[in-house]
Design a protein around this ligand. Structure first.
Ligand code: SF4
Length: 374
């Protein structure tokens, strides 16, 4: 479903006002993290965190991406089968608060109050059926919008009514909160969220499918094949572009994507959030990463046994054909040549056309459609 035009226009206006906001003096140098990277405007579920992190959203402009909290968050939603394609992610305050030493700080009550009108407008405009607060600060900020008496300790993993919708408080996915609520417990919280979302999508059917989609496994397989094709090494840039071209080839050949991985448009073109550099060693255990200056090169260890790690059925014959086609045609191209090829793909052209015709800033917007078959 595509959000209606008026929603699009109102959201762009909201983003414009947020970008120009100077209400909080200590946020002067921080990014205003609200835009295409937050997710689709028709998302049925909205996550509200505390604030963009210094090493995460302040740099990536994607809420909960790029730092440890982001990695944990992405792992939690991935493991319960929630995709970024179906959620909108934002924060109680839209800029990164830092202490006098430059570290992440908790937003003050005044900063939360300053940003509350933006949060209120976002919730009312998107009108999600489910709001999930990540941590005590986000829960407190929701109380500024519409008074409640919920506490994180008492209401964690429960479904309450708030502003005419469901409110589910869970803990913040940052490392500090893991001391109070372990990753395993948080995973159960996210399973509750996923089940609530599934019930919403299929209200009359009792859902029993709590098995997570193997998106990460599939993406790991595709990326491993790309790396195997270049035993001498491949740039990090090329990995993203070749995986994107493999997805495009699959869409052209079968009408379906290889994976459901979230792919967004960044400065240099398509970027897979699950192929973030810090996540690669866990995703592809045999990967070796080398940085020389600004250039990052990847290769698979000679010990890496792709066939031993590949789950049966993860790569189908049609997947294989799409990947092979791309590697044969583009696998040895230089980065600048690859960049040109991806920009000529119909998905990148459509996004850029939309950006030109609407005047919207589509940096970090999803480039590929969400496909659910596999
Ligand atoms: S945190 Fe919100 S209110 Fe404060 S400067 Fe940023 S956008 Fe403005």
């Amino acid at each position: 479903m595509t959000p209606d035009n008026s929603k699009d226009v109102k959201f762009r206006d909201l983003v414009r006002r947020v970008t120009a906001c100077t209400k909080c003096p200590r946020m002067a140098g921080s990014a205003r993290v609200l835009g295409s990277g937050c997710g689709p405007l028709d998302a049925p579920l909205m996550f509200i965190g505390e604030a963009p992190g210094r090493l995460g959203a302040d740099g990536s402009h994607l809420p909960f991406h790029g730092d440890k909290s982001g990695h944990n968050f992405e792992k939690l939603i991935e493991q319960v089968g929630i995709s970024r394609y179906e959620v909108f992610v934002t924060n109680a305050v839209l800029c990164n608060p830092r202490d006098e030493r430059g570290n992440n700080a908790t937003p003050t009550s005044a900063e939360i109050a300053n940003c509350a009108p933006f949060l209120q407008e976002t919730v009312e405009l998107l009108d999600p059926s489910i709001v999930v607060t990540l941590g005590a600060v986000a829960l407190k900020a929701c109380g500024v919008l519409d008074t409640h008496s919920f506490s994180l300790r008492d209401q964690v993993r429960t479904n309450s009514r708030w502003m005419g919708r469901s409110l589910i408080p869970v803990y913040h996915p940052g490392q500090r909160a893991m001391v109070h609520r372990s990753f395993a417990n948080q995973l159960s919280d996210y399973q509750f969220v996923a089940e609530t979302l599934r019930r919403l999508k299929r209200p009359r059917k009792k859902s029993v499918n709590t098995k997570p989609r193997p998106d990460a496994t599939k993406l790991a397989n595709v990326a491993s094949q790309v790396l195997q094709n270049n035993p001498a090494g491949l740039s990090y840039f090329a990995l993203h572009k070749l995986c994107f071209l493999a997805e495009v080839a699959s869409l052209e050949m079968t009408g379906e994507r290889l994976t459901n991985a979230y792919v967004v448009r960044q400065k240099d073109g398509p970027y897979f959030v699950d192929l973030h550099l810090a996540k690669l060693p866990q995703l592809i255990p045999g990967v070796q990463i080398r940085s020389v200056g600004t250039k990052i090169t990847l290769r698979l260890s000679s010990q890496f046994d792709f066939h031993r790690t590949e789950p049966v059925g993860a790569i189908t014959a049609s997947d294989e054909a799409a990947i092979k086609k791309v590697l044969a045609k583009y696998g040895r191209m230089r980065d600048d040549e690859l960049k040109r090829v991806v920009y000529l793909s119909r998905y990148m052209r459509a996004l850029l056309r939309k950006e030109r015709s609407t005047g919207a800033n589509l940096y970090n917007a999803a480039v590929l459609p969400f496909a659910t078959k596999k």
